[in-house]
Design a protein around this ligand. Structure first.
Ligand code: FAD
Length: 381
């Protein structure tokens, strides 16, 4: 594709949108990013970042920057939150790194976002327009125009909808209604490490699995901060995204949990709450000169910790397909065809992991026995 046909338009300056802008700029294209928020920033919470995320950061020329920000845990540990016993652990130290060629890390979302933003700005090829909410777009076959709620108009060679779970671009392009409300609620908070009792400070991602709930804890930002994510089942909420959570409800949902979990939950007064949603995987999310990326294309529950990693993989793949000189509509189709099975697998596997973490009764017993390397018969020996 001729570089004269740019700019590319990207709606959304989240991790996916910025990664797409950067990947395209690295290929020599100009990009205009339209972001509804007045300020370009991420929420203050942690993110688990797998080796596949680091591989993509390397492709974007950001491996060192990502390395500097991360905490590298020794283990991923699954605890039974009722008995307070360890069920299993996956060491993610040197051997893991050798096997997968890249590390497993814990990163503050806003740090990851800032690294992407700085790199985007340094390219000199990307213009970001905050406070511009995409309202509608038109693909006339030669170019795409975008109109915003604020009355601005943008024109470009193509549009990439990286506008997240509630994507307006998806609504127009795919038209498959609202996301699926999972019935799971997440409360998130970040503490100063000084506020966490010493015995709870481990260099690990620890998941306390309880019936119909779980709590995740891990250190962030060189160990200065401590990230907590509490998830429970509830049909009380229909919608809610980064709104204020009710601590009393949280305590009630975790009533049966062990002392460690109770203590950690009570360290926090102010929680942010997310009603967790996803969608059925789809095969087609590109049409003509318009495509989707990240949560707009394949929103998934967070139980695999892969949503942001998948968005960055999308961005790198998309730019590769465009960079090969493909006609833009064809490049978008090739990108979607290269991605839908991998992202669909994450969407579906994440649901299974959710069931697994929240197992109750016999399911919980079987999970614990089998993960600890025993068979059900051996558990009576
Ligand atoms: P978003 O981050 O949602 O960004 C979309 C952007 O588009 C926003 O800036 C928004 O303001 C903007 N926008 C929306 N509508 C418009 C519009 N009409 N016009 C202009 N701009 C618009 N992933 C991991 O890889 N590891 C993890 O450990 C992990 N943990 C998670 C924990 C929780 C509790 C949750 C909820 C998610 C987690 N994820 C994790 C998933 C990850 O956060 C998302 O998959 C990722 O942020 C998606 O990025 P995105 O850029 O596609 O969308």
């Amino acid at each position: 594709m001729s570089k004269m046909n740019t700019p590319f338009l990207v709606s959304g300056a989240g991790i996916g949108g910025l990664a797409a802008a950067l990947a395209l700029a690295r290929k020599g294209f100009d990009v205009e990013v339209i972001e509804q928020a007045e300020e370009i920033r991420e929420i203050g919470a942690g993110i688990q970042f797998g080796p596949n995320g680091f591989r993509m950061m390397e492709r974007l020329g950001l491996l060192d920057a990502a390395d500097h920000l991360a905490v590298f845990p020794d283990d991923l540990i699954l605890m039974d939150s009722v008995t307070s016993k360890e069920v299993t652990r996956i060491p993610v130290g040197e051997d893991f790194r050798k096997r997968f060629h890249y590390p497993y890390a814990l990163i503050h979302r806003s740090d990851l976002h800032s690294v992407l933003l700085k790199a985007v700005e340094e390219t000199g090829k990307v213009r970001i327009h905050p406070g511009q909410c995409l309202e509608r777009f038109n693909d006339n076959g030669e170019s795409v125009t975008v109109e915003t709620q604020q009355g601005s108009r943008f024109e470009g060679a193509a549009l990439i909808g990286a506008d997240g779970l509630w994507s307006k671009v998806r609504t127009a392009l795919v038209g498959d209604g609202k996301p699926r409300i999972s019935g799971h609620i997440a409360y998130r908070a970040v503490l100063q490490i000084a506020d966490v009792p010493e015995e709870y400070r481990k260099n690990a991602m620890i998941l306390w699995a309880g019936p119909k709930n779980h709590l995740v804890q891990y250190p962030l930002r060189g160990g200065e901060l401590f990230n907590l994510v509490a998830v429970f089942h509830s049909d009380r909420y229909n919608e809610g995204w980064n709104s204020e959570g009710d601590a009393q409800e949280l305590y009630k949902r975790f009533e049966g949990a062990c002392d460690t979990v109770q203590t950690l939950l009570r360290k926090i007064q102010t929680w942010r709450m997310w009603v967790l949603c996803d969608r059925e995987p789809i095969k087609e999310w590109s049409h003509g000169r318009v495509t989707l990326l990240g949560d707009a294309a394949h929103p998934m529950l967070q139980y695999l910790a892969q949503g942001a990693c998948m968005a960055i993989e999308d961005a790198v793949t998309l730019a590769e397909m465009i960079g090969t000189g493909n006609d833009v509509a064809n490049a978008f189709r090739c990108y979607q065809n290269a991605r839908y099975l991998r992202t669909g697998r994450c969407q579906l596997t994440a649901r299974l992991y959710g069931e697994f973490y929240h197992a109750d009764g016999v399911r919980r017993e079987l999970r614990n026995i089998m993960l600890s390397g025993r068979t059900p018969a051996q558990s009576f020996e």
